[in-house]
Design a protein around this ligand. Structure first.
Ligand code: ATP
Ligand code: MG
Length: 371
């Protein structure tokens, strides 16, 4: 039945003509990259504030596009001519295929362009034909099933559902950020949220590549691009830090991560850092400790800061990263981590550690090498 996917996008409307064109081009390119990767045969075209994908594989295309940043919703549809009869016939055909005998229904028509009929005429006539043909009743207020027609100049698209996309802006429409990615629940969500706003992501992970491989792949499926990952072996670093920093280990560790992220960001021309920190969640996330962790001059984006854990878990489930989270506490968390690290204690621990030298060594060994 379906031969086209209608793609609706959102905020791009708000932009100036020049920016809008750039964003639309990027969205189209991202969509095409993903479809090509899945070896879909398709034709893509654009008509006022919508993209249309002509294809025999509308199901797969909807699945791909509902996970593409910038897409507000998609509908598998049937394209027909814009004469009144053609639209009504298509509505009737779709109704026969999709409305169950006892269901209530409505027909909704939207029209742009010049036509010799009104949208309401089509709604009424198509509705009547459907009632005659099927044992169903109209409910305009609260229908169980809706048959939609969008009529655009000389073409019309008939469909019966809108599938939500993630919204946001096309991936890559902003610059690059370095995201601190752990094996937990939070940081894949914070990365995803910034990616949804168009930011390109580069990951920095303290630990093995293997343990984050799957979650990175999941995030990459939204981006439609490979996402670079820098991995740093963490035991050697953390053994040193915990030997000198004691109760302040977590804070010094996070300061180290943020400073290394800044160095990586400078090397890769990234504009800032993303972290999954969340107000009050663990000892290192008190206001006093977050103040200490905020030790770089680059902006640090913390999109989860004011969410509840339940909300973060809900998003993680929806975006498909929850299943890759590994539980378990970091082996280096001290028995009684400090919730209020003071400047002098941090300074002393970091001086003893020779933190600047440590950072340079780690950068030379692992960041430059992985370029
Ligand atoms: P998450 O669920 O993301 O691990 P968390 O609640 O466990 O978060 P922490 O472990 O204290 O919190 O980490 C706070 C943030 O620091 C993480 O969200 C992440 O951005 C960064 N981070 C923590 N561990 C690592 C790691 N091993 N590698 C890179 N970044 C990390
Ligand atoms: Mg963690």
């Amino acid at each position: 039945m379906y031969d086209t996917v209608i793609v609706r996008y959102g905020e791009i409307f708000l932009k100036s003509d020049y920016v809008r064109k750039r964003f639309e081009d990027l969205l189209a390119r991202n969509m095409e990259d993903k479809m090509r990767r899945e070896r879909i045969s398709y034709k893509l075209y654009r008509k006022r504030h919508r993209l249309y994908v002509k294809t025999n594989e509308t199901g797969v295309v909807c699945d791909i596009l509902k996970n593409t940043f910038g897409v507000v919703s998609v509908s598998p549809a049937r394209e027909v001519g814009s004469s009144k009869d053609a639209v009504i016939e298509a509505c009737l055909k779709l109704a026969k295929e999709t409305i169950k005998p006892v269901e209530s229904f409505a027909v909704r028509v939207q029209r742009t362009g010049k036509h010799e009929y009104k949208s309401r005429d089509v709604e009424a006539e198509a509705g009547g034909r459907i009632i005659d043909a099927l044992n169903v009743r109209v409910d305009l207020e609260n229908p169980e099933k809706t048959i939609y027609a969008e009529i655009r100049d000389d073409a019309a698209y008939v469909f019966d559902r809108k599938i939500d996309g993630p919204g946001g802006l096309p991936y890559g429409s902003q610059g690059t950020l370095v995201s601190l990615l752990s094996t937990g629940i939070d940081s894949p969500v914070s990365s995803w949220m910034m990616m949804r706003r168009g930011c390109k992501m580069l990951f920095l992970h303290f630990g093995d590549r293997e343990e984050i491989k799957d979650v990175v792949e999941k995030l990459a499926s939204y981006a439609g691009a490979e996402l670079p990952v820098y991995c740093i072996p963490k035991d050697e670093i953390l053994e040193k830090i915990s030997a000198h920093a004691g109760r302040y280990t977590c804070v010094v560790c996070k300061r180290f991560m943020h400073r290394l992220a800044e160095k990586l960001a400078q090397q890769e021309n990234a504009y800032g850092i993303v972290s999954g920190e969340n107000m009050g969640q663990v000892a290192s996330q008190t206001l006093a400790n977050l103040k200490q962790i905020n030790c770089v001059s680059m902006p640090v984006y913390r999109p989860l800061i004011a969410l509840d854990k339940d909300d973060i878990i809900k998003i993680a489930r929806e975006i498909g990263t929850l299943e890759y989270a590994k539980g378990g506490r970091c082996a280096y968390v001290p028995d009684k981590p400090s919730t209020e690290a003071r400047d002098d204690a941090i300074k002393t621990a970091e001086a003893e550690l020779g933190i600047e030298q440590m950072l340079e060594d780690v950068k030379d060994r692992y960041i430059l090498k992985q370029r």
